[in-house]
Write a protein that binds this ligand. Structure first.
Ligand code: NAD
Length: 281
């Protein structure tokens, strides 16, 4: 495959998605609103490639080749010519609606528009465009270069052809695609977020200290990472946004976000990306 790929949003997920496509030989353009975000995105890709070189899974020349295949732009016009556009901007409904209307106007007529949203309705995002059949969820996991899964979410109008193309692209970058339907949180976050939320309730109620809670889940349930460290990795703002979508979309109080999570986000304690969450970084 030699398709050109565009990634909108160069944050932790966007730069990871750009990384895996470029490493599989695709030319990639990353689009973000801020030059600083693009510079940081490229820096992160370089750092993660260095890690692969150190491990012996990539050569120095390979690293140079991957970086040469990633270009950046602050203009949405740069998505023209891409066969696939993957949106990985901030988890905010109205923002994604605006971005998709813009992507629809600027992308080639035949292009597939995918979103990496963790929870927002693919059907509603697709309705912002004139090509709902070509809109789909392509939910990569964090960190993208390491994690095997891509959750493929079909909106109500998503065509079989679009689904087939996105499954092929996922396989081409070495991932395992799993097809699911469009309900709030899909499968991954419908199951993961209530667990993380419950861990935060345990902190709030003083059931145990954060270290103890994570140790129970690691040693007792064989999870590679505790739920609070995972929440810090995902970003506490993103966790809150997903829980709000689950709560509102499913209308069940069991999804209500823990007040302590809201308090941390209000304080700017967002986890790894801000240096402080349930743990210090
Ligand atoms: P992030 O905060 O690291 O990055 C978001 C990026 O979007 C920022 O660089 C920001 O400048 C950019 N952005 C904002 N508005 C934009 C616009 N109008 N046009 C272009 N770029 C814009 O967030 P993230 O963790 O990378 O999350 C991105 C998406 O991926 C979200 O939808 C999130 O739910 C989803 N996701 C996150 C994780 C995770 O573990 N963090 C996992 C799977 C999916």
């Amino acid at each position: 495959m030699s398709d050109r790929i565009a990634v909108v949003g160069a944050g932790q997920m966007g730069n990871g998605i750009a990384h895996v496509f470029a490493q599989s030989g695709f030319d990639v353009v990353m689009v973000d609103v801020a030059d600083a975000a693009l510079a940081k995105g490229r820096e992160t890709i370089a750092k993660n490639l260095d890690r692969q070189v150190k491990k012996g899974t990539l050569t120095d020349a390979g690293k140079v080749g991957v970086l040469a295949r990633v270009t950046t732009s602050t203009s949405m016009d740069a998505i023209a010519g891409a066969a696939l556009v993957v949106e990985a901007a901030t988890e905010h409904r109205e923002l994604k609606f605006r971005i998709f209307a813009d992507m629809d106007a600027k992308a080639d007529a035949g292009a597939v528009l995918a979103t990496n949203t963790s929870s927002i309705s693919i059907t509603e995002i697709a309705a912002q465009t004139k090509r709902a059949g070509q809109v789909i969820g392509m939910h990569f996991m964090n960190p993208v270069p390491v994690m095997q899964l891509v959750e493929i979410i079909r909106g109500l109008a998503t065509s079989d052809e679009t689904t087939g193309r996105v499954i092929a692209w996922s396989s081409a970058v070495g991932k395992t695609p799993v097809e699911v339907n469009d309900y709030p949180g899909f499968v991954a976050n419908r199951i993961l977020m209530p667990m993380i939320n419950e861990a935060i309730y345990c902190v709030m109620e003083g059931v145990a200290a954060p270290e103890a809670i994570d140790t129970v889940m690691k040693l007792g349930m064989n999870h590679p990472m505790g739920p609070l460290a995972l929440a810090d990795l995902i970003g506490l703002d993103t966790c809150l946004a997903i829980l709000d979508v689950l709560h509102e979309g499913l209308g069940d109080s069991k999804y209500r976000p823990c007040p302590l999570l809201r308090k941390y986000v209000a304080a700017g304690w967002l986890g790894r990306k801000s240096g402080r969450g349930f743990f210090n970084y």
